[in-house]
Design a binder for this molecule. Structure first.
Ligand code: ZN
Length: 77
């Protein structure tokens, strides 16, 4: 099960459907260079898996130690 809190970016919890990089590995351009940003399809996939796993009220936030899941982050004012 993907863990959204263990990587330096939460989206890295899932593999990329665009450039086929596995979880934990940053996206690459077709040229092989490290992409400046993660692929849009990977972000969408991470959103989908995150909601399936934690529910649509959950959000993820950055803490001093890394990342933390707030189960009710999206319904809090
Ligand atoms: Zn990618």
């Amino acid at each position: 099960m993907p863990d959204f809190t263990t990587h330096r970016h939460p989206v890295l919890a899932v593999g990329c459907p665009t450039c086929c990089k596995p979880p934990g590995v940053w996206c690459r351009r077709p040229s092989g260079h490290r992409a400046g940003d993660l692929h849009q399809g990977r972000k969408a996939e991470a959103d989908r898996v995150f909601i399936a796993q934690h529910g649509d009220t959950a959000s993820i936030l950055r803490t001093a130690a890394g990342w933390q899941i707030d189960p009710r982050g999206r319904i809090r004012d």
